[in-house]
Design a protein. Structure first.
Ligand code: PHE
Length: 452
């Protein structure tokens, strides 16, 4: 592999936008609200915040660091940074490969729903505050095997054709301009949602925790969400880190991305939950929650159809940034390790996702009874990736950095060879990844999976 021919981000701002583009996605707008709703609200949010600060951020920092130090894909990176190139460290990369495909299989389906909703919004088919009507529209979409598959393929065709061209200028330029618009639209949506009669019940659902609702399974889900949100534990940040510039301040970039990402999720939550209670929706509705609530809020304001359409377009764009980073993990592995050329690596990855995506897309129709661990394929892929593979990858990254890579090398990397004065910060991150993060992830994982 030729170092100089590697693709990479060209500016500090580009790095920030791309990393933020990976973090912000359906996770904020779809997953965060549905999980918060299904797991009892504020208690879940509290655990999620703790998991993000104490585990997510440190893991994000060291994972990105490993990528930049190695300048290679998620598997080969460990050939370069692990002494004696032990195979078990490389398994972090292979697990990431598997996790990326599993996530893409269901993520592309949800993105497909978003694309479909752009057209439904335009046609005025979802302009309703009636939960029966809203529920029926969503149910009809997911229960139709053909349209589920077609929308997923549209999503794969769009993202696949972008990823083929490498670290894409086009999408970076598009995301950079349109993400702020999504943010503004969410603000407007919050303002409307919060002023609906009966909105305060939504706020207290979101912000006054009931500690009794925090079970081990809830904690595991919150931890899984923290990993999913920050795109960590599966080699994605490592791969992006490998495109970082040498003088990029990694801890500062990670911290900014984390806060920005968190604020998008909170805005989404504040747009959705007041409306859920105001219109009598079910907070625990699961994956359908956003698709019913968001249209209702827009319907309740002037210019609803236009803004609703815009909202789904922006969400579709946000999903593209995240999917590109997911695709980049297998694509980089395939092209660098197997010498597959960018195009063939991209096509192979897309084909694999399309195949895995079939059972996921049909989970509300033909494969709904195909249950493993009492979950349909869609839920199973989500569970296996977010709640098992990502935390497992996170533990291994922590063990590697905390016990093998070591503080001196980490301090050198994170200070950009002494150019940044951040020793104290680095020591704190080191303690977190050496002890706190791996122990707490292990405890949560074992307990949440009912293994002890
Ligand atoms: N962080 C993305 C989101 O919230 C999803 C993602 C997970 C992207 C893992 C890359 C890796 O939508």
């Amino acid at each position: 592999m030729n170092q100089t021919s590697r693709d990479g981000f060209t500016s500090s701002f580009g790095v920030l936008v791309a990393t933020l583009g990976s973090a912000v996605g359906l996770g904020n707008i779809w997953k965060f609200p549905s999980l918060t709703g299904a797991n009892g609200g504020a208690g879940f949010l509290l655990v999620y915040l703790l998991a993000t600060l104490l585990v997510g951020l440190p893991v994000m920092i060291v994972e990105t660091m490993l990528g930049r130090a190695a300048r290679a894909n998620a598997v080969s990176a460990f050939d370069r940074v692990a002494p004696r190139r032990q195979w078990w460290w490389k398994s972090i990369g292979w697990m990431g490969f598997a996790a990326a495909l599993l996530i893409l299989a269901f993520y592309s389906e949800v993105a497909g729903w978003v694309y479909a909703y752009v057209f439904k919004a335009m046609a005025g088919q979802i302009a309703t505050t009636d939960r029966q009507v809203a529920g029926a529209v969503f149910a009809e979409l997911v229960a139709n095997p053909l349209s589920s598959l077609l929308w997923q393929w549209v999503v794969l065709a769009v993202t696949g054709s972008i990823i083929m061209f490498g670290v894409a200028r086009g999408i970076e330029a598009v995301t950079r301009r349109l993400m702020p618009l999504l943010f503004i639209l969410l603000l407007v949506l919050c303002a409307r949602s919060l002023t609906l009669p009966g909105a305060s019940a939504g706020l207290s659902f979101l912000f006054s925790p009931d500690l009794a609702k925090i079970t081990p399974a809830v904690v595991l889900t919150a931890l899984g969400l923290a990993f999913f949100k920050l795109s960590i534990g599966m080699g994605c940040m490592l791969t992006y880190g490998s495109y970082f510039r040498d003088n990029q301040n990694i801890p500062a970039t990670a911290t900014r991305v984390m806060f920005a990402d968190l604020s998008v999720s909170l805005l989404a939550g504040m747009a959705i939950f007041p409306a859920v209670f105001a219109f009598g929706f079910e907070p625990a509705a699961g994956p359908s929650l956003v698709f019913m609530t968001i249209p209702a809020v827009f319907t309740a304001m002037p210019g609803g159809t236009l803004f609703m359409t815009l909202f789904f377009i922006l969400t579709a764009i946000a999903s593209v940034g995240a999917m590109l980073s997911l695709l980049e993990v297998p694509v980089a592995i395939l092209s660098e390790r197997f010498g597959l050329g960018r195009k063939r690596a991209s096509l192979t990855t897309i084909a694999a996702v399309a195949a895995l995506g079939v059972p996921a897309a049909l989970s509300s129709s033909l494969t709904s009874d195909l249950k493993v661990l009492a979950m349909n394929p869609f839920d199973l892929f989500d569970f296996l990736s977010s709640n098992v593979l990502l935390p497992l990858g996170g533990i291994m990254v922590c063990l590697f950095v905390g016990w093998v890579y070591g503080l001196p090398e980490m301090a050198r990397q994170l200070s950009n060879d002494g150019a940044l004065r951040n020793q104290r910060l680095v020591s704190v991150v080191f303690l977190l990844v050496r002890f706190v993060a791996p122990l707490s992830i292990a405890a949560v994982l074992l307990h949440g999976l009912k293994l002890f």
